[in-house]
Design a protein around this ligand. Structure first.
Ligand code: GN1
Ligand code: MG
Length: 361
């Protein structure tokens, strides 16, 4: 089925074994194996990414900047077609990209230990660090208002006004809970309105399966770069909190399995700050813990909104799937808020360690 697409990249489909790959919710991904070489082929979901040229633009610019300034940095950019394009359109109008498969790499779906969290946090911090002097005005928004909490809240309100009565009833406890956490939206609005923190080059999807690891649990590089665009650092750190702290992920239906592993918070803080500690402003640092509230709340809102909107965005594998995901995220949020006093102590401890390390150098 991929004959013409692969031909554009000079690859013969019949010489390759092609298998569905990965666990992303938005794009369709395949792995190709043949002639001793492996690739990742990905179809862009253009219902979500309505202007895939923006993705191409951003990745080309970032690649050029990094190859000039940090030639050793492993940036997994899409490969060019034989006619020099980074993307190809199939006869039925779908867009595909091809990436090299990074040999010796694998993805992780559940974090097993703190080292993986630490390694991933270093990678996301390093990415934003290395692009600190890159001119973000050159970047396009591949998804506008992607992590705009105010907009997500407005979308939630609109969905709850239009939802079927049965759905409103099913979700009544979660809808109420969303309003109970209204303060998160207020803090976010204040940060944005007062221009309190700068925009930086941010990955915007820091789930652990967007980091490639080698067999020694060392992180090799970042993948899933379609949402690389200007944003607040809160997005990346907050999404790590959302997805690394609990041993049970957003798909878990037994909510009692959701709990916060404080040692993983410590690992995220230490890893991220080892790269970004010297760059973040004081105000940004003050919001480190808030980032988790922000992103967990946002994801809860997004799942709940999608439930009310009949699963148009995320899809559903069983009835009520997105409501269960929303419940999961709201449970995580409660646990997260309860753990915040412990996080503060951990931050103080790590800051002392980082200071001692710096003094030794
Ligand atoms: C989507 O496609 P995937 O699984 O990498 C979503 C993220 C959500 C995530 C929740 C473009 O990411 O924002 O956090 O699902 N990406 C988009 O699992 O909406
Ligand atoms: Mg992904």
């Amino acid at each position: 089925m991929f004959n013409d697409i692969l031909k554009s990249f000079g690859i013969n489909a019949s010489e390759n074994d092609i298998q569905a790959f990965g666990s992303g919710l938005i794009n369709h991904t395949y792995k190709l194996n043949g002639n001793g070489r492996a690739y990742i082929l990905q179809q862009i979901n253009t219902t979500v990414f309505t202007n895939p040229d923006n993705i191409v633009n951003n990745l080309a610019l970032v690649k050029e900047y990094l190859s000039q300034n940090n030639p050793d940095y492993l940036f997994v950019a899409p490969l060019k077609t034989t006619s020099g394009d980074f993307m190809v359109q199939s006869a039925d109008g779908k867009y595909y990209r091809l990436f090299p498969f990074i040999s010796g790499s694998h993805t992780v779906n559940f974090l097993q230990n703190e080292k993986e969290a630490y390694e991933a946090a270093i990678q996301f911090g390093r990415f934003t660090h290395l692009l600190n002097d890159f001119d973000i005005d050159k970047l396009k928004y591949t998804l506008s208002d992607f992590h705009n909490l105010k907009l997500r809240f407005d979308q939630f309100k609109a969905a709850s006004q239009n939802a079927e009565p049965g759905k409103l009833e099913q979700a009544s406890a979660e809808i109420k809970e969303v309003y109970n956490h209204f303060q998160i939206l207020q803090t976010y609005n204040q940060v944005v309105a007062n221009n309190e923190i700068p925009l930086r080059t941010i990955h915007h999807d820091t789930k652990i399966n967007n980091v490639l690891f080698d067999d020694n649990q060392t992180a090799l590089c970042l993948v899933d770069l379609d949402t690389v665009m200007p944003g607040y650092y809160l997005s990346d750190v907050g999404d790590m909190m959302r997805t690394y702290l609990s041993p049970a992920n957003e798909e878990e239906t037994d909510l009692d399995k959701i709990h916060i592993r404080e040692s993983f918070f410590r690992a995220i803080y230490k890893g991220y700050m080892s790269e970004m500690g010297g760059i973040l402003t004081e105000t940004e640092k003050q919001l480190f813990i808030f980032s988790g509230r922000l992103m967990i709340y946002m994801q809860g809102l997004r799942f709940l909104t999608d439930f009310l909107n009949n699963d148009v965005y995320y899809g559903a594998q069983y009835p009520g799937h997105n409501l269960t995901r929303a419940k999961n995220q709201l449970r995580l949020l409660t646990q997260y808020v309860n753990a915040e006093p412990a996080f503060k102590l951990l931050i103080a401890g790590v800051n002392q360690e980082l200071l001692a390390d710096a003094n030794q150098k």
